[in-house]
Design a protein around this ligand. Structure first.
Ligand SMILES: Cc1cc2nc3c(=O)[nH]c(=O)nc-3n(C[C@H](O)[C@H](O)[C@H](O)COP(=O)(O)O)c2cc1C
Length: 167
């Protein structure tokens, strides 16, 4: 798919088919994720891949909506703040890096005909406890990945003139 078509096609998918995601697609998505740019090339992130089958109740403790754990795969991104670049103002870029990695995942999944949904409203304490309890790792975002069961979507956006400023 052309990049601009991928950008148009990506939307938040909140209904998934039971169909499994092919392993080669997951690998391709992960390879796209790890080539994401990160501040000072620190690559201070951890990607967690979870096959949801049989783990639905556990996953509900991370994010309660049924469709989240019904997708065959869930991917989470953790930043490693202690290793991420921090600028002189004190701002740590670990969460920015993790967001870029997640965008690579989401856009490459879209290109492969898969649905995703950025999840920010997950339970951070449970995610940390369940996945990396003893490490320097802060959960930043999750997404389900699977074949979309929705049929249509609408992009609701502000007018470009409200968002872009030429100065
Ligand atoms: C950082 C971030 C966090 C989000 N968190 C959630 C979430 O917790 N649950 C959810 O259903 N959607 C979540 N979304 C999806 C947004 O609601 C969605 O992207 C937005 O409404 C635009 O719709 P679209 O993705 O279909 O274009 C999140 C999106 C972003 C970028």
């Amino acid at each position: 798919m052309e990049l601009f078509d991928v950008l148009e096609k990506r939307h938040s998918v909140r209904a998934y088919k039971e169909k499994d995601v092919e392993e080669w697609k997951i690998k391709k998505i992960l390879n796209a994720a790890v080539i994401a740019p990160t501040a000072a090339n620190r690559q201070a992130f951890k990607i967690v891949v979870i096959k949801t089958k049989g783990r639905e109740n556990e996953l509900k403790k991370i994010y309660g909506s049924d469709w989240f754990s019904k997708a065959p795969v869930v991917i989470g991104i953790f930043s490693v703040p202690g290793k991420a670049w921090t600028k002189s103002s004190g701002k740590n870029y670990g969460d920015v890096d993790a967001a870029i990695v997640m965008d690579h995942i989401i856009l490459s999944a879209t290109d492969l005909g898969l649905g995703t949904c950025w999840i920010g409203a997950f339970n951070s304490d449970n995610a940390k406890k369940m996945l990396f309890p003893d490490e320097d790792a802060e959960p930043i975002a999750f997404t389900p990945i699977g074949y979309p069961a929705d049929t249509e979507f609408k992009k609701i956006r502000k007018d470009i003139n409200e968002l872009v400023f030429y100065k």
